[in-house]
Design a protein around this ligand. Structure first.
Ligand code: CAP
Ligand code: MG
Length: 428
């Protein structure tokens, strides 16, 4: 068995621009050699199967055979070049079914992780990428340099539409730029989508008038695809500028559809469930998820907090992802399993740091993630002893303090809300 998967190793091969490169780390199953396992990955994700088939042609072998051109047993890494003709342009599900599909279930592997994908120009140009990206969002909000400040209405679910809109209003007037729904709030018996959106967008307008600042609301439109499009259209009809989606649970095809029909709105990407793929040594890396999301065209994406907040993800890993999504040209970094990539016309997107953050987290977030970041706090705002408005003010004060290079404790002498937050949760 398995004689079909062989002969793909060629460490002298130098992939031309017509090849997609995938980097994997893996551990073979007991008794299986590293080379055998690598051949199986390469074969099953392209033209091979477990035995030689009589239907294979020389022309297929010649043009479409994969090349394992890099193997390193110590770091358990291989790089495989796949000819671009193996992939359909503009079709993420097909690409991932090929290089990130069956191979995850193969008996010859104990673990497998798709670390990164370097897309060839032809494939890259077949995707739209983000409509707005970092600069588009900064223009929309009129915020030039500082990080954007956001909140998630809390409790996650439970508030009715009116309560929801009121909490949103309080955070905007307190100092937040952005208010978003939580990932599990869609249209529920006690909080219906249409009513929530219309009330909250009205409050957004009111807050804009009162503060003289631009404010945005990110309604979670996640649902079945046709329903999602209806919801997006509704948001647009009421003057909304943003939509939010749960990119993992909705699926890549649905995300492509929403990007195609975004009605000119910014797309905020929540990644709930990503860790089912990205945690540990089996699955896709978060870097891979982030690259696919940028390619399809989300404008901002949750990538973690660089070990400051409540979610898993080392500072180094999160920084690597941030570098990838914020730049046009990425240099290879073997140690971090980051491949070279040229993003060409695909715009850079905003990193969203969220999960367990509070005002005391802000200095470290900015130190580790820079100023091109959306800093979001749910509990860290609505848990402030001065309530939601005070909590939002504390968060904005923390960002302003860091931008002015003033230590938070000092800034807190003139901000009772910030002081309360620091007393409650300390400095990260
Ligand atoms: C944050 C959050 C986000 C997480 C997701 C939550 O709330 O709304 O969904 O940030 O994680 O429900 O936990 P808090 P990630 O500010 O109250 O923690 O951004 O890592 O995908
Ligand atoms: Mg959430």
């Amino acid at each position: 068995m398995d004689e079909g998967y062989s002969g793909y190793i060629d460490t002298k091969f130098k992939p031309s621009k017509e090849y997609l490169i995938a980097e994997y780390t893996f551990e073979p199953a007991k008794g299986v050699s590293f080379e055998k396992a690598a051949n199986s990955i390469a074969g099953e994700s392209s033209i091979g199967t477990w035995t030689d088939v009589k239907t294979i042609k020389d022309r297929i072998k010649k043009r479409l055979r994969p090349y394992i051109f890099y193997l390193d047993k110590k770091s358990k890494t291989v790089k495989i070049a796949y000819h671009q003709d193996l992939f359909e342009e503009g079709n993420i599900p097909q690409i991932l079914s090929s290089i990130g599909g069956n191979i995850f279930g193969m008996g010859v592997l104990k673990t497998l992780r798709l670390e990164d994908i370097d897309f060839p120009e032809k494939l890259l140009r077949s995707f739209k990428g983000p409509a707005f990206g970092i600069q588009g969002i900064r223009n929309l909000l009129g915020v030039k340099k500082r990080p954007l400040v956001g909140t998630i209405v809390k409790p996650k679910v439970g508030l009715n539409e009116k309560e929801h809109s009121q909490v949103a209003y309080e955070t905007w007037v307190g100092g937040c730029d952005i208010v978003k729904d939580d990932e599990n709030l869609s249209s529920l018996p006690f909080n219906k989508f249409k009513k929530r959106i219309s009330l909250t967008l009205k409050m957004c307008e009111k807050a804009e008038k009162e503060t003289g600042e631009k404010k945005v609301y990110m309604p979670n439109i996640t649902a079945e695809t046709f329903e999602m499009l209806k919801r997006a259209k509704y948001v647009k009809s009421l003057g909304g500028k943003y939509i939010m989606v749960d990119i993992i649970t909705m699926g890549w095809a649905a995300l492509q559809t929403v990007r195609d029909q975004n009605f000119g709105m910014v797309i905020h990407a929540h990644r709930a469930g990503h860790a089912a793929f990205t945690r540990g040594s089996q699955g896709y890396s978060m870097l891979t998820i982030a690259k696919v999301a940028r390619l399809i065209g989300v404008d901002q994406l949750h990538i973690g907090t660089a070990h400051v907040g409540k979610m898993e993800g080392s500072a180094l890993e999160v920084q690597g992802i941030e570098w990838e999504i914020e730049n046009r040209f990425i240099k290879e970094n073997l140690k971090q399993h980051i491949l070279e990539e040229s993003w060409l016309n695909i715009k850079p997107i905003f990193a969203v740091a969220s999960g367990g953050l509070h005002p005391g987290s802000v200095p470290k977030i900015i130190e580790r993630m820079g100023t091109n970041v959306v800093i979001q706090a749910g509990g860290g705002i609505h848990g402030n002893k001065f309530g939601t408005r005070g909590g939002a003010k504390a968060m904005r004060d923390a960002v302003d303090a860091v931008m002015k290079n003033i230590p938070l404790e000092k800034y807190a002498e003139k901000s009772k809300e910030l002081k309360a937050a620091l007393d409650q949760w300390g400095l990260a």
